[in-house]
Design a protein around this ligand. Structure first.
Ligand code: 6AU
Length: 270
């Protein structure tokens, strides 16, 4: 499917290589699913990507969750994910001042060398975006930051008046900002966020699961189709896929729901 016919002006006007790659991959794979690969061993991670890699467009990692992490095993895992045509998204949620966030993209994990996308809170101000840009520049790699504008967890403080607006205002102007994390559990909040963000930047939403019984420790879940129709560009799914008894079947199911919703949205906006 041709990305221009699905994403319209957002495809034609986009000048961010990672955004273009994402929109293209979505059309190739017919999926707006980002897998939250929240597993604790390399074996489990590899198996999960083998099982569901064909039905997802990006892979979200928490590199510091893994008990038996080594540089070599991680390198192989990232190569496998790239062979499956996945964007690599490290959900580090940086929050420190610019120079520390920059240097934290080095260290043992060295995320600047393998992550296409990384999350950050804007709590310390805009310098974090400059710092993260410097890190990717030093690795000669394109990268994009997803800023947390909303969260899916109950009682989160991003809901305090003015916070989301300030994050969006700053993020929209910064070239390294790929987009925003929105609250996938509440479609009204996604609609509000899309209104603030406009067309150019992405909104990716966690807190999406067809089975709300999976919710643990204040996590909240919403419906995948509603999330996309309300303006989300990617549903980030963890437990809904990896906790199910048949992850590949579930990944395909979420892929189909998300793709059908995107088609519906693009038809409605014509
Ligand atoms: O589907 P789940 O609940 O199993 O997993 C949700 C995933 C986890 C969280 O770290 C992440 O989504 N997440 C995020 C981000 C940035 O992705 C933000 C947020 O507000 N809520 C949330 O659950 O890997």
């Amino acid at each position: 499917m041709d990305p221009a016919s699905i994403w319209g002006s957002r495809w034609l006007n986009s000048n961010q290589p990672i955004a273009k790659k994402y929109m293209e991959t979505v059309c190739k794979k017919q999926s707006l699913v980002v897998l939250a690969a929240d597993k604790n061993t390399m074996e489990e991670l590899n198996k999960l990507v083998d099982d569901v890699g064909d039905y997802i467009s990006a892979l979200k990692t928490h590199v510091d969750l893994i008990d038996d992490w080594t540089k070599e095993s991680w390198g192989k895992f990232i190569s496998k994910a790239k062979e499956k045509d996945l964007l690599i998204f490290e959900d580090r949620k940086h929050g420190d001042i610019g120079k520390i966030a920059r240097d934290q993209m080095g260290g043992i994990y060295d995320s600047k060398s393998w992550a296409d996308l990384i999350t950050a809170h804007l709590i310390s101000g805009p310098s974090i975006l400059d710092g993260m840009q410097e890190a990717w520049d030093s690795a000669n790699k394109d990268g994009g930051v997803l800023l947390l504008a909303q969260m899916s967890s109950e009682g989160n403080l991003l809901e305090l008046p003015g916070y989301t607006d300030s994050v969006v205002k700053i993020g929209k102007k910064h070239p390294i900002c790929f987009g925003f994390i929105g609250n996938g559990s509440n479609h009204e909040e996604i609609i509000q966020l899309r209104r603030l963000v406009g067309e150019e930047k992405m909104i990716w939403t966690p807190g999406v699961n067809l089975n709300s019984d999976d919710a643990e420790l204040g996590q909240r879940y919403g419906d995948p189709e509603k999330a996309i129709l309300s303006g989300s560009d990617a549903i980030i799914i963890g437990s809904g896929i990896h906790k199910s008894s048949n992850p590949s079947e579930m990944a395909l199911k979420y892929a189909k729901i998300s793709w059908d919703a995107l088609i519906k949205r693009s038809v409605n906006s014509d």
